[in-house]
Design a protein around this ligand. Sequence first.
Ligand code: FMN
Length: 194
Amino acid sequence: MTSAPIHALHTRRSMKFLRAPAPRPEELDQMLQAAMSAPDHGALRPWRFKLIRGEAIGRLADMALDAVKRSGDKRMTPEKEKSVREWLAGVPLMIALAQKIDHDNVKIPEQEQLLATGASVMNILNAAHMLGYGAFWSTGLGTYLEPVQEALGFDSLDYRFLGFLAIGTPACAVPPANRPDFREFVSDWTGQPA
Ligand SMILES: Cc1cc2nc3c(=O)[nH]c(=O)nc-3n(C[C@H](O)[C@H](O)[C@H](O)COP(=O)(O)O)c2cc1C
């Protein structure tokens, strides 16, 4: 028999298209607190989250789309811009995700700081699902453009910007996810010659 928390882990899936209501304040607190339980070598707490809500989401769309267009990215056609705006118009909460780089730490490589931040985001995704919300991690919206990360307050010298989490109520019924069998990815190592 599968316990409820394990069932929740097994059934989480990303939901891109979202609508209001956003998580209530106490639910959002629980999601963000879950991020604090990520494994974190050296207790560096490298994760940083910026909450973007309400009219600020429209301003985010303007800022990011403008930056993408200025970058000369040919994929940003008028149709693409329209679909991005339509997507964001439904999303009640965006969280900008970043890793604060500890440049001087000789013991904890930056890769581990990145992994800890990724694990913290995973905890938010799982907590959102457990509370009945949908969430989607996106590195669209000009994530890899310096002006976007700077506009969000993440100086590129000190932060690695990791994209956005969209969070809200799924806009449609959550279909079951098609997941691979874990056995394809797992083997034993015995230390004995094969
Ligand atoms: C760091 C990161 C960035 C991602 N960026 C995008 C993205 O920009 N666009 C996209 O369609 N999916 C992106 N994805 C994938 C989706 O968030 C999602 O994981 C995928 O649609 C599979 O759904 P699942 O999580 O239910 O397996 C990203 C995932 C990760 C981990």
